[in-house]
Design a protein around this ligand. Structure first.
Ligand SMILES: Nc1ncnc2c1ncn2[C@@H]1O[C@H](COP(=O)(O)OP(=O)(O)OP(=O)(O)O)[C@@H](O)[C@H]1O
Ligand SMILES: [Mg+2]
Length: 376
């Protein structure tokens, strides 16, 4: 599949039109230059949302920001929360409550056969690790047994799942280079009894070179994973392999081990460059090394609805890949970026934040869609 990013009709910083747009944007959200507004959903705000829901939150298209009475000063002042119901914050909290309830109400199906995903994009910093960890945590929360294989020497997925990965820890390096069984290196994440991780240590940085001279160098991860999955009494429902930002032998091993590729795309212009190369590489792997490989899922990440560019990138990617792109967009979110420093997914860190709900919704879509027909 050939994909050429469109030249967007977005004017860059030097045009008057754009300056005006930016100024208008700043006026609307002076302190939220980059991050989307993200209300903290505390117990109290949950109560507000509940109350808001009971009263009905009014017409969502109303611009009530300037006309809403100050909290507590409403004519309906029987309750200290009176007047909140028609503020933008209350509407947002109400929406979060609605989303949370919808997620909680749904029983997600688990696949009959393990679905193995490689999360790949040779561009750095597009949200591969964040997506791996949070989808894995979201699916584990829904009752699926999930394995994350950290195949990036940076070890970010291991960190985010609270997994030990100091240099002396047995890791995916030992699996690939020293034929150590995965069962000997797998660790359970403190976040969930259903969430496991094969950690990466700094040794993996040398593996690209060491693999070059090895027999069946592209198949090493696949062989180890197949053996591990075959001997498990309790099968894994999902495996997510987090790739480094390159198309070297580690990533090739991930493509050979997987059946599905999930490509996270950051909603920014440069994020689209290199996508054709990635897709061509996947085609080559499919042709020569793994005929089952299939780009099943594309997830738009770090979406900021206030920018025209994010909207245009999202629209363009949807046009090119209508079947693969998930409906759910992952917003830019402070909570998502804070979570790894606590050794947690955003779901473990702040379950009711918009970022967490988005990953739960994306995971639900993946579960509902099921594996592509050929694999079932
Ligand atoms: N939705 C989001 N909102 C805010 N920050 C995010 C979001 N997704 C990811 N980030 C932050 O962006 C940075 C890059 O994300 P991440 O590490 O997941 O990308 P990556 O593609 O795995 O990077 P690399 O190519 O280096 O492996 C991290 O600091 C992460 O916390
Ligand atoms: Mg990463």
């Amino acid at each position: 599949m050939q994909f050429r990013p469109k030249m967007f009709h977005v004017k860059h910083h030097d045009t008057t039109e754009n300056k005006e747009a930016v100024t208008a944007e700043e006026e609307r959200a002076p302190e939220q230059d980059v991050e989307s507004p993200e209300p903290e959903v505390t117990e109290a705000s949950g109560v507000i949302a509940e109350e808001t829901e009971q009263r009905g939150s009014g017409d969502a298209t109303d611009d009530t920001a300037s006309t809403a009475p100050a909290p507590g000063k409403s004519a309906r002042s029987g309750s200290p929360l009176a007047g909140f119901s028609d503020t933008p914050l209350a509407r947002e909290l109400s929406e979060i409550t609605r989303r949370r309830r919808a997620i909680e109400a749904e029983d997600l199906p688990v696949p009959s056969k393990t679905r193995v995903f490689t999360i790949a994009n040779q561009k750095g910093g597009v949200g591969k690790t964040t997506t791996t960890v949070n989808l894995a945590a979201a699916l584990a929360k829904s009752g699926a047994r999930v394995l994350v294989i950290d195949l990036d020497p940076q070890g970010n997925a291991s960190t985010a799942l609270g997994i030990e990965h100091r240099s002396e820890t047995a890791s995916v390096y030992d699996v690939m280079i020293n034929d150590v069984p995965m069962a000997d290196v797998v660790q359970k994440s403190p976040e969930s009894d259903l969430l496991f991780c094969i950690p990466a240590t700094i040794h993996l940085a040398g593996a690209e070179i060491e693999l070059v001279s090895m027999v069946a160098r592209e198949q090493r991860l696949r062989s180890a994973l197949d053996a591990f999955l075959a001997e498990r009494d309790e099968p894994f429902h999902y495996v997510f392999i987090d790739c480094p930002p390159s198309l070297g032998l580690l990533t090739i091993n991930a493509f050979v081990a997987a059946r599905e590729v999930l490509i996270p795309i950051q909603c920014e212009y440069y994020a689209l460059e290199g996508l054709s190369q990635l897709l061509n590489n996947i085609k080559l792997i499919e042709r020569h090394l793994n005929p089952e490989l299939n780009v099943s899922t594309i997830l738009l990440t770090m979406y900021d609805s206030r920018t025209n560019l994010a909207n245009q990138v999202a629209e363009d990617v949807r046009q090119h890949f209508p079947d693969q792109v998930l409906d759910t967009l992952i917003p830019r979110s402070v909570r998502i970026s804070e979570a790894p420093s606590f050794g947690l997914s955003v779901i473990g860190y702040d379950a009711n934040s918009p970022g967490s709900l988005s990953y739960l919704e994306a995971a639900a879509e993946i579960a509902r869609r099921g594996a592509p027909i050929a694999q079932q």
